[in-house]
Write a protein that binds this ligand. Sequence first.
Ligand code: KIV
Length: 294
Amino acid sequence: MALQKVTVKDIIEKKKKGEKIVTITSYDYSFAKIVDASNFDLILVGDSLSMVMLGYRNTLSVTMDEMIHHTKAVSRAVSNALIVGDMPFLSYKIDIKEAVKNAGRFIQEGGAEAVKVEGGTEICPTIKTMINADIQVMGHIGLTPQAIYKFGGFLVQGKTLEAAKKLILDAKNLEEMGVFSIVLESIPWQIAKLITSTVEVPTIGIGAGPYCDGQILVIHDMLGIFTEFKPKFLKYFGNIGESISQALDNYKNEVINGVYPDHEHSYEFPEQDLDKINEWFESVDINEEAHKLI
Ligand code: KIV
């Protein structure tokens, strides 16, 4: 049964009703189609695609054009979930006008309904301008992977008193600007719980414990496809990487051993002409016949 497309309002309502918000990333048509059939609330076309789809070492390498390319593929597949495009490194922190233009590309070209930006109070003016331009914005604080060189790696954030206070105040300020939800990444669960209790918009946790209003995971991580790096919070909900390897081995062995393809997986020539084509094949010089066509 076709559902109505999830809206930003629906996401905010869910917190009010005390319903958990379930979200995940996707980056291409086929995966997004499967995800959407499972009725997720929100699909993030995350800049994590830099690592899991494009093989870069971190999320800093992916470009606006690449993000738009993947967002288009996802939006062609999705008819239920809210689609959020993740603004890549340097696309929104240099100049506010450029930030709004880039955010607009996710909506106009990509088919997303909202964008996500990483950062706290320091990017409030940018968020405000985007929202004034009718672009819906999701915040993201804590371990913001675009700042890994500042943090010194993929490190848990908000572990000191000062850092925890800053996260709580950042969340408040993002809410004040009008974000419709805030991703909390890799922070202690006690701090995520405080933030969740103090903001009215939903918090979406990834490595932020059980008290967030919703959760998000990178799809290639939770399916066990991207296994190069396993943070403490990550749980494998499937072992698809191994299933793929198994299927590839089966295919390879069947081809090598002449098992695949059999006649069941092959096309038939029409029965009534079978003798004729065999007779012709036997009676002519194939090289000569071929040359006549050149
Ligand atoms: O890029 C991404 O996938 C993200 C999520 C981890 C929140 O930002």
